[in-house]
Design a protein around this ligand. Structure first.
Ligand SMILES: Nc1ncnc2c1ncn2[C@@H]1O[C@H](COP(=O)(O)OP(=O)(O)O)[C@@H](O)[C@H]1O
Length: 272
Protein backbone atom coordinates (compact mmCIF):
# COMPACT_ATOMS: atom_id res chain seq x y z
CA UNK A 1 0.00 0.00 0.00
CA UNK A 2 1.51 3.30 -1.10
CA UNK A 3 0.29 5.10 1.98
CA UNK A 4 1.97 2.60 4.28
CA UNK A 5 5.27 2.91 2.43
CA UNK A 6 5.05 6.66 2.71
CA UNK A 7 4.37 6.39 6.45
CA UNK A 8 7.09 3.93 7.27
CA UNK A 9 9.95 6.45 7.38
CA UNK A 10 11.25 7.45 10.85
CA UNK A 11 9.91 11.01 10.89
CA UNK A 12 6.72 10.06 9.04
CA UNK A 13 4.19 11.22 11.58
CA UNK A 14 5.69 14.64 12.11
CA UNK A 15 6.19 14.97 8.35
CA UNK A 16 2.56 14.11 7.63
CA UNK A 17 1.49 16.43 10.41
CA UNK A 18 3.38 19.33 8.76
CA UNK A 19 1.97 18.50 5.31
CA UNK A 20 -1.58 18.23 6.59
CA UNK A 21 -1.28 21.41 8.60
CA UNK A 22 -0.12 23.49 5.67
CA UNK A 23 -2.72 22.11 3.25
CA UNK A 24 -5.65 22.69 5.57
CA UNK A 25 -4.67 26.04 7.01
CA UNK A 26 -6.49 28.08 4.39
CA UNK A 27 -9.73 26.10 4.77
CA UNK A 28 -9.51 26.48 8.52
CA UNK A 29 -9.18 30.24 8.35
CA UNK A 30 -11.97 30.69 5.81
CA UNK A 31 -14.45 28.93 8.13
CA UNK A 32 -13.52 30.85 11.24
CA UNK A 33 -16.94 32.45 11.69
CA UNK A 34 -19.16 29.44 10.86
CA UNK A 35 -21.97 28.93 13.41
CA UNK A 36 -21.38 25.96 15.70
CA UNK A 37 -23.85 23.07 15.74
CA UNK A 38 -22.02 22.02 18.92
CA UNK A 39 -24.48 24.24 20.83
CA UNK A 40 -22.83 26.55 23.31
CA UNK A 41 -19.46 24.93 22.66
CA UNK A 42 -17.32 25.72 19.68
CA UNK A 43 -14.06 23.92 18.91
CA UNK A 44 -11.60 26.78 18.60
CA UNK A 45 -10.93 26.77 14.88
CA UNK A 46 -7.22 27.40 14.92
CA UNK A 47 -4.70 27.40 12.17
CA UNK A 48 -3.68 23.70 12.17
CA UNK A 49 0.01 24.64 12.49
CA UNK A 50 -0.82 26.08 15.91
CA UNK A 51 -2.67 23.08 17.25
CA UNK A 52 -2.09 19.37 17.68
CA UNK A 53 -3.35 16.63 15.36
CA UNK A 54 -7.11 16.14 14.96
CA UNK A 55 -7.59 12.62 13.61
CA UNK A 56 -10.59 10.30 13.29
CA UNK A 57 -10.58 6.49 13.52
CA UNK A 58 -13.20 4.62 11.50
CA UNK A 59 -13.92 0.89 11.57
CA UNK A 60 -16.57 -1.68 12.42
CA UNK A 61 -17.35 -2.71 16.00
CA UNK A 62 -14.66 -5.13 17.17
CA UNK A 63 -11.98 -4.03 14.69
CA UNK A 64 -9.81 -2.69 17.52
CA UNK A 65 -10.20 1.07 16.97
CA UNK A 66 -10.00 1.73 20.68
CA UNK A 67 -6.81 -0.27 21.20
CA UNK A 68 -4.94 1.20 18.23
CA UNK A 69 -6.27 4.74 18.73
CA UNK A 70 -5.24 4.83 22.38
CA UNK A 71 -1.72 3.59 21.56
CA UNK A 72 -1.36 6.16 18.82
CA UNK A 73 -2.72 8.92 21.05
CA UNK A 74 0.07 8.20 23.55
CA UNK A 75 2.62 8.41 20.75
CA UNK A 76 1.22 11.72 19.44
CA UNK A 77 0.50 13.24 22.86
CA UNK A 78 -3.19 13.87 22.21
CA UNK A 79 -6.23 12.46 24.04
CA UNK A 80 -8.07 9.45 22.67
CA UNK A 81 -11.75 10.40 22.83
CA UNK A 82 -14.14 7.49 22.27
CA UNK A 83 -17.80 8.46 22.12
CA UNK A 84 -18.72 4.89 23.18
CA UNK A 85 -16.79 5.52 26.43
CA UNK A 86 -18.62 8.84 26.91
CA UNK A 87 -21.93 7.01 26.47
CA UNK A 88 -20.90 4.30 28.97
CA UNK A 89 -19.77 6.96 31.49
CA UNK A 90 -23.17 8.62 31.16
CA UNK A 91 -24.86 5.24 31.69
CA UNK A 92 -22.80 4.59 34.82
CA UNK A 93 -23.56 8.06 36.22
CA UNK A 94 -27.33 7.39 36.33
CA UNK A 95 -27.80 10.95 35.02
CA UNK A 96 -31.07 12.18 33.50
CA UNK A 97 -30.57 10.53 30.10
CA UNK A 98 -29.08 7.23 31.37
CA UNK A 99 -32.36 5.28 31.24
CA UNK A 100 -33.07 6.35 27.68
CA UNK A 101 -29.50 5.49 26.65
CA UNK A 102 -29.53 2.00 28.20
CA UNK A 103 -32.32 0.86 25.95
CA UNK A 104 -30.77 2.29 22.77
CA UNK A 105 -27.27 0.92 23.47
CA UNK A 106 -28.52 -2.53 24.47
CA UNK A 107 -30.39 -2.79 21.17
CA UNK A 108 -27.25 -1.86 19.24
CA UNK A 109 -28.86 1.32 17.89
CA UNK A 110 -27.27 4.75 17.50
CA UNK A 111 -27.85 7.41 20.12
CA UNK A 112 -29.37 10.66 18.75
CA UNK A 113 -27.03 13.28 17.29
CA UNK A 114 -28.25 15.74 19.91
CA UNK A 115 -27.19 13.54 22.83
CA UNK A 116 -23.89 12.36 21.33
CA UNK A 117 -22.86 15.90 20.36
CA UNK A 118 -23.75 17.19 23.78
CA UNK A 119 -21.55 14.49 25.41
CA UNK A 120 -18.70 15.15 22.97
CA UNK A 121 -18.93 18.94 23.37
CA UNK A 122 -18.70 18.56 27.14
CA UNK A 123 -15.58 16.38 26.81
CA UNK A 124 -13.89 18.72 24.30
CA UNK A 125 -14.69 21.76 26.41
CA UNK A 126 -13.16 20.12 29.51
CA UNK A 127 -10.08 19.21 27.44
CA UNK A 128 -9.69 22.69 26.05
CA UNK A 129 -9.80 24.11 29.56
CA UNK A 130 -6.78 21.86 30.32
CA UNK A 131 -4.93 23.10 27.23
CA UNK A 132 -5.77 20.25 24.83
CA UNK A 133 -5.74 21.35 21.19
CA UNK A 134 -5.86 17.99 19.40
CA UNK A 135 -7.51 14.59 19.63
CA UNK A 136 -8.04 11.21 18.12
CA UNK A 137 -11.78 10.65 17.81
CA UNK A 138 -12.97 7.05 17.94
CA UNK A 139 -16.64 6.33 17.22
CA UNK A 140 -17.42 9.84 15.95
CA UNK A 141 -18.51 10.68 13.33
CA UNK A 142 -20.66 7.61 12.67
CA UNK A 143 -22.98 9.08 10.04
CA UNK A 144 -22.61 11.52 7.16
CA UNK A 145 -24.71 13.99 9.13
CA UNK A 146 -22.31 13.81 12.09
CA UNK A 147 -19.36 14.24 9.70
CA UNK A 148 -20.98 17.36 8.22
CA UNK A 149 -21.53 18.75 11.72
CA UNK A 150 -17.89 18.08 12.61
CA UNK A 151 -16.73 19.67 9.35
CA UNK A 152 -18.63 22.81 10.34
CA UNK A 153 -16.53 23.21 13.46
CA UNK A 154 -13.08 21.93 12.60
CA UNK A 155 -10.94 20.66 9.76
CA UNK A 156 -9.98 17.03 10.49
CA UNK A 157 -6.42 16.27 9.33
CA UNK A 158 -6.57 12.53 8.72
CA UNK A 159 -9.05 9.64 8.89
CA UNK A 160 -7.72 6.16 9.62
CA UNK A 161 -9.96 3.30 8.49
CA UNK A 162 -9.31 -0.16 9.96
CA UNK A 163 -10.73 -3.29 8.31
CA UNK A 164 -11.21 -6.95 9.24
CA UNK A 165 -13.51 -9.63 7.75
CA UNK A 166 -16.97 -9.77 9.38
CA UNK A 167 -16.57 -13.28 10.84
CA UNK A 168 -13.49 -12.09 12.74
CA UNK A 169 -15.29 -8.94 13.92
CA UNK A 170 -18.01 -10.98 15.61
CA UNK A 171 -15.46 -13.20 17.38
CA UNK A 172 -13.50 -10.15 18.50
CA UNK A 173 -16.61 -8.42 19.90
CA UNK A 174 -17.62 -11.55 21.79
CA UNK A 175 -14.08 -11.82 23.22
CA UNK A 176 -13.98 -8.25 24.57
CA UNK A 177 -13.58 -7.82 28.32
CA UNK A 178 -13.18 -4.74 30.50
CA UNK A 179 -11.52 -4.71 33.92
CA UNK A 180 -14.24 -3.48 36.28
CA UNK A 181 -11.59 -1.92 38.48
CA UNK A 182 -9.00 -0.19 36.26
CA UNK A 183 -11.26 0.19 33.19
CA UNK A 184 -8.69 -1.24 30.75
CA UNK A 185 -9.86 -3.20 27.72
CA UNK A 186 -8.75 -6.74 26.90
CA UNK A 187 -9.72 -9.45 24.43
CA UNK A 188 -9.76 -13.17 25.15
CA UNK A 189 -10.51 -14.20 21.53
CA UNK A 190 -7.78 -16.12 19.77
CA UNK A 191 -8.22 -15.60 16.02
CA UNK A 192 -6.88 -18.22 13.63
CA UNK A 193 -8.56 -18.02 10.22
CA UNK A 194 -7.04 -19.96 7.33
CA UNK A 195 -6.42 -18.10 4.05
CA UNK A 196 -8.98 -18.94 1.35
CA UNK A 197 -9.54 -17.96 -2.29
CA UNK A 198 -6.58 -15.58 -2.33
CA UNK A 199 -7.41 -13.91 0.97
CA UNK A 200 -4.60 -14.12 3.56
CA UNK A 201 -4.75 -16.14 6.80
CA UNK A 202 -5.53 -14.05 9.87
CA UNK A 203 -3.91 -14.85 13.20
CA UNK A 204 -4.43 -12.53 16.14
CA UNK A 205 -3.31 -13.43 19.63
CA UNK A 206 -5.63 -12.60 22.54
CA UNK A 207 -4.92 -9.43 24.47
CA UNK A 208 -4.90 -10.98 27.92
CA UNK A 209 -5.15 -9.01 31.17
CA UNK A 210 -2.52 -9.09 33.92
CA UNK A 211 -3.34 -11.43 36.81
CA UNK A 212 -4.46 -8.45 38.93
CA UNK A 213 -7.38 -7.80 36.53
CA UNK A 214 -8.25 -11.43 35.78
CA UNK A 215 -10.95 -11.86 38.42
CA UNK A 216 -12.53 -8.45 37.68
CA UNK A 217 -13.28 -8.85 34.00
CA UNK A 218 -16.72 -7.88 32.77
CA UNK A 219 -18.38 -8.19 29.36
CA UNK A 220 -20.21 -5.21 27.86
CA UNK A 221 -23.97 -5.69 27.92
CA UNK A 222 -24.11 -4.87 24.18
CA UNK A 223 -21.51 -7.51 23.25
CA UNK A 224 -23.99 -10.36 22.76
CA UNK A 225 -24.08 -12.06 19.36
CA UNK A 226 -27.51 -10.65 18.49
CA UNK A 227 -26.63 -7.07 19.41
CA UNK A 228 -23.21 -7.27 17.74
CA UNK A 229 -24.84 -8.39 14.48
CA UNK A 230 -27.27 -5.47 14.68
CA UNK A 231 -24.37 -3.04 15.34
CA UNK A 232 -22.51 -4.42 12.32
CA UNK A 233 -25.64 -4.02 10.18
CA UNK A 234 -26.02 -0.40 11.31
CA UNK A 235 -22.31 0.21 10.74
CA UNK A 236 -22.55 -1.06 7.15
CA UNK A 237 -25.63 1.05 6.50
CA UNK A 238 -24.80 4.32 8.26
CA UNK A 239 -21.04 4.45 8.86
CA UNK A 240 -19.54 2.78 5.79
CA UNK A 241 -20.60 5.71 3.55
CA UNK A 242 -18.12 7.78 5.58
CA UNK A 243 -15.28 5.92 3.85
CA UNK A 244 -16.22 7.43 0.49
CA UNK A 245 -17.00 10.77 2.12
CA UNK A 246 -13.45 11.06 3.48
CA UNK A 247 -11.83 9.27 0.52
CA UNK A 248 -13.26 11.96 -1.77
CA UNK A 249 -11.66 14.61 0.45
CA UNK A 250 -8.28 12.84 0.18
CA UNK A 251 -8.20 12.26 3.95
CA UNK A 252 -8.72 8.50 4.18
CA UNK A 253 -5.89 6.14 5.04
CA UNK A 254 -6.91 2.45 5.00
CA UNK A 255 -5.38 -0.53 6.77
CA UNK A 256 -6.28 -4.19 6.41
CA UNK A 257 -5.64 -5.72 9.81
CA UNK A 258 -3.69 -7.21 11.30
CA UNK A 259 -0.79 -6.88 8.84
CA UNK A 260 -0.83 -3.33 7.50
CA UNK A 261 -1.34 -1.39 10.67
CA UNK A 262 0.74 -3.66 12.90
CA UNK A 263 3.73 -3.50 10.61
CA UNK A 264 3.43 0.27 10.37
CA UNK A 265 2.59 1.62 13.83
CA UNK A 266 3.00 -1.22 16.29
CA UNK A 267 6.25 -2.47 14.79
CA UNK A 268 7.83 0.98 14.71
CA UNK A 269 6.88 1.76 18.29
CA UNK A 270 8.08 -1.62 19.54
CA UNK A 271 4.64 -2.92 20.55
CA UNK A 272 4.96 -6.19 18.63
N1 LIG B 1 -21.17 8.79 17.20
C1 LIG B 1 -22.16 8.07 17.75
N2 LIG B 1 -23.44 8.25 17.34
C2 LIG B 1 -24.46 7.59 17.88
N3 LIG B 1 -24.31 6.66 18.84
C3 LIG B 1 -23.06 6.40 19.30
C4 LIG B 1 -21.93 7.11 18.77
N4 LIG B 1 -20.82 6.66 19.41
C5 LIG B 1 -21.23 5.73 20.28
N5 LIG B 1 -22.58 5.56 20.22
C6 LIG B 1 -23.40 4.64 21.02
O1 LIG B 1 -22.57 3.94 21.95
C7 LIG B 1 -22.56 2.54 21.68
C8 LIG B 1 -21.19 1.98 21.96
O2 LIG B 1 -20.25 2.60 21.11
P1 LIG B 1 -18.82 1.95 20.84
O3 LIG B 1 -18.17 1.63 22.14
O4 LIG B 1 -18.10 2.87 19.92
O5 LIG B 1 -19.21 0.58 20.18
P2 LIG B 1 -18.66 -0.28 18.97
O6 LIG B 1 -17.97 -1.39 19.62
O7 LIG B 1 -19.95 -0.70 18.32
O8 LIG B 1 -17.78 0.53 18.07
C9 LIG B 1 -23.01 2.42 20.22
O9 LIG B 1 -23.59 1.17 19.92
C10 LIG B 1 -24.04 3.55 20.15
O10 LIG B 1 -25.25 3.19 20.77
Amino acid sequence: MAAVTRFSKPSAISHVRRCLYSSSAVAAESNQHAPSPFGDYKITRRNPSERNVQWVFLGSPGVGKGTYASRLSNLLGVPHIATGDLVREELASSGPIAKQLTEIVNQGKLVSDEIIISLLSKRLKAGEAKGESGFILDGFPRTINQAEILKGVTDIDLVVNLRLPESVLIEKCLGRRICGQCGKNFNVASIDVKGQNGSPAICMAPLLPPSSCMSKLVTRSDDTEEVVKERLRIYNEKSQPLEDYYRNQGKLMEFNLPGDYCSFIAGRAGWV
